[in-house]
Design a protein around this ligand. Sequence first.
Ligand SMILES: [Zn+2]
Length: 222
Amino acid sequence: MIDLDDPLINGYLRRLIGEDGITLIRNMPEGEVTDEEICNVLNPLKTQSKEADDKVKKLKAEIKAAGENQTDVKKLEKELKKAEKEAEKAKAAAADEYEITLNNVRKILFILYENKFTVCRRERDANSGWLTFRWQINMDGIDYQIEREKKKLYRNLIKRKEYEDSNVFYVCPQNCLRLVFDEATETDFICPICGEDLIFEDNELFKQLLDNRIAEFGEMPK
Ligand SMILES: [Zn+2]
């Protein structure tokens, strides 16, 4: 299993699938599971509440079916009362539980699938014809993905540094925009949005910050 608390891995996954996605990976049941099974695991109190409601429904149906049989009905009604009390308790407990919806679970699984972090097996029910998707997480490719991300970030930083090095910038004091010299001459050094005079921007500090970020990468294959 990967270390989800590793800052690089955690940051990468958070951008990809958000905090809910990390929670999903952390709590993913063993083996192949359906999206609904994952959803139940992620929302334990809501699942308990749903199960308690189902029990109430089942008992009500049983009472109906028992009909004239008074002994059975009495026994079942006693059970029903208890079940209703429990269902109410479970509902109250679940009310404040943070919810990760089934829709969100599906979205996360799909993004993971696109990035080859899940294996999915389709199974068709012989009777109903329904398709069931069974999911399994496989994060083996994460090191490779993170290496790729790092290279991309590094390339962007180098590009940005070159851009900052080879241009002179003018900005609006109201922060409307930032123009390179040629663009600023076209507007006569006046902000086209608010009309204020543009001022020269010293970008030395920003370039220094870029250099520091680039240096953090150390030796990096391009
Ligand atoms: Zn302006």
